[in-house]
Ligand binder design. Structure first.
Ligand SMILES: [Zn+2]
Length: 106
């Protein structure tokens, strides 16, 4: 993350603390602290990807992370889908109406 005060790429996310941070949170702004000048600043969540705030390498890493996350989500969806199908099949075979043998006997 690029610091707006000293323009160094040494800013990292800062912990939220206090009423001011909570207030900023309402506006979707995240606190950052710069390791070089030790100053704190806020950035919009969407601004995390802007070319002004991120270096080219950082944005490439973020893109890769998002792609991997989506890949994992897709795999999970497939697994859950199969599990749900299996459960549905089991329920179907359990509750399946049996042949009416009882009726013919009476
Ligand atoms: Zn700085």
């Amino acid at each position: 993350m690029t610091c707006p005060h000293c323009s160094e790429h040494h800013a990292h996310r800062s912990h939220r603390s206090g009423a001011v941070d909570r207030l900023y949170r309402l506006f979707q702004m995240i606190p950052y602290r710069c390791r070089t000048c030790k100053r704190r600043f806020y950035s919009f969540r969407g601004g995390e990807q802007s070319t002004r705030m991120r270096t080219h390498e950082e944005r490439k890493i973020m893109q890769l992370r998002r792609r991997l996350k989506w890949k994992r989500t897709k795999r999970e969806l497939i697994v859950y889908g199969f599990a749900a199908l299996l459960v549905a099949l089991v329920i179907y075979f359990i509750t399946r109406p049996t042949t009416p043998q009882g009726l013919s006997g009476s």
